[in-house]
Design a protein around this ligand. Structure first.
Ligand SMILES: [Zn+2]
Length: 273
């Protein structure tokens, strides 16, 4: 972040939350999405939690398949992937795959998750994207999950009078300070993921029911990470759109961009923030 909280897109983004929550429509979204960033933050001391709104029970090719069995399989795959990235846990909301709606029921579930885990940052799919700039349509579940995450973060999670039953359950209002939107058409920050790209690929391979060409996966993900890293001159990055809700003097625990930066920071004895 530059001065006045303005993101800068030409240098690696180094702000790091103490606690973060990824909200995804389907199992595997978080791993195709910001898994490299999540692993990087966790390695640096952050605690992460993953919420899957659906269990991906319509993510198959066989119309006769049992959706409950497929959902259970995909939860096992996501649990294995989450262990590779290092999340502290995964919540499944069991909403219907392909029919996710940003309604009060979904928002109350998400507010419950947010007020329970109390993250500083929430990562979710960019709900403003209907058509990807490079082609393709953004799945309706991704748009609805993203919009529900935005609405749950602001204003519901921080409003003590929203969903009063949650407060009566002891879940007090909580202020999420930042949103990070993944798969954006207009990214404004890039997190360097050279050290965690291999883990992102390993986590994706855990979603075996969804990966049709596992041999090509590593190559594809490496190319994608390189494209995202090119504007900041690194081999691998994830591009995100950050929305700062509460800007304050405490810039949070910094994420060192690399050994060189770390040495420079240590040498000067100053916090880079
Ligand atoms: Zn998805």
């Amino acid at each position: 972040m530059g001065r006045n909280g303005q993101p800068m897109d030409d240098v690696a983004h180094t702000w790091r939350p103490d606690r973060f929550m990824v909200i995804a429509g389907h199992p595997d979204d978080a791993d195709f999405g910001p898994a490299g960033t999540a692993a990087r933050w966790i390695d640096a001391g952050s605690t992460g939690w993953l919420v899957c709104c659906t269990s991906g029970d319509a993510g198959g090719e066989d119309p006769d398949a049992d959706p409950l069995e497929l959902g259970a399989l995909r939860e096992r795959e996501q649990n294995a992937a989450a262990a590779i990235i290092g999340y502290a846990g995964v919540s499944y909301l069991h909403m219907p795959d392909g029919a996710l709606v940003n309604d009060l029921i979904l928002r109350e579930h998400l507010v419950r998750e947010i007020r329970t885990f109390r993250p500083d940052a929430v990562l979710a799919t960019d709900p403003s994207v209907i058509f990807y700039r490079d082609g393709g349509i953004n799945h309706t579940d991704h748009r609805e999950a993203g919009l529900a995450a935005v609405d749950a973060v602001y204003p519901a999670a921080r409003n003590p009078m929203a969903f009063p039953a949650l407060a009566r359950d002891g879940l007090a209002a909580h202020r999420v300070r930042r949103l990070y939107l993944f798969w954006p058409n207009e990214p404004n920050v890039r997190v360097e993921i050279g050290a965690t790209l291999e883990r992102k690929i390993a986590a994706l391979k855990a979603h075996a029911s969804q990966i049709k060409e596992p041999a090509k996966l590593a190559e594809r993900m490496t190319e994608w990470a390189a494209e995202e890293g090119e504007p900041i001159g690194v081999k691998a990055a994830e591009a995100l759109r950050v929305v700062v809700i509460d800007d304050d003097d405490d810039e949070g625990p910094d994420l060192q961009a690399g050994a060189a930066t770390e040495a420079a920071t240590r040498g000067s004895g100053q916090d880079a923030g």
